[in-house]
Write a protein that binds this ligand. Structure first.
Ligand SMILES: [Mg+2]
Length: 174
């Protein structure tokens, strides 16, 4: 049960992930969460640094997508500035939108990775579907109101996982 909450990889931020390694492992599509993964919730649009990263990933041959629980309105500047397809209001941890990506773009589960800052949505959702899950630290401690509730449960899961030595905050792994 606890395994469903444990990410396959854990990194400090989207900028410290070894994307070359992902490529070598056969990943073709990288799905990003937005809030506190690509941008703080207070930012209406992606930073130059994020734009450069997405460009680099596209150059490496990855398909980059956004799957977020945020509204379409929130995602529009990200979709336009990063020039990526977006799924809004995706209701993670339910796997519909992840499965839709697999179906629409004809990827196998081992060809897709999700990068996100929340265990209860991004990681649980991704693990349920079977894609590669990569946890990053939230950019800011400021969350959407509902996320504060999810963080409460996330902390319980992390405590349990620490006891079983499955996961420790701040101990990054690839
Ligand atoms: Mg998030």
């Amino acid at each position: 049960m606890l395994e469903k909450f444990i990410p396959d990889k854990y990194q400090k931020s989207v900028f410290t992930i070894d994307y070359k390694k992902l490529k070598l492992c056969g990943i073709k599509c990288i799905i990003f969460d937005v809030d506190n993964t690509l941008a703080p919730i207070s930012a209406a649009k992606p930073s130059r640094k994020v734009k450069d990263l997405v460009e680099r990933l596209k150059d490496m041959g990855f398909r980059v997508l956004i799957v977020s629980n945020a509204s379409k309105k929130r995602l529009t500047p990200f979709k336009e500035l990063l020039e990526v397809d977006c799924a809004a209001s995706s209701k993670k941890p339910f796997g519909f939108k992840f499965r839709k990506v697999l179906n629409d773009y004809k990827y196998k589960v081992n060809e897709v990775a999700i990068v996100g800052d929340q265990i209860m949505t991004d990681i649980l959702g991704g693990n349920r579907v079977g894609i590669t899950t990569i946890l990053v630290n939230p950019i800011s401690t400021k969350d959407q109101i509902f996320t504060y509730i999810l963080r409460f449960f996330e902390n319980i899961v992390i405590k349990k996982a620490m006891k079983k030595e499955l996961f420790t905050k701040g101990q990054y792994y690839e």
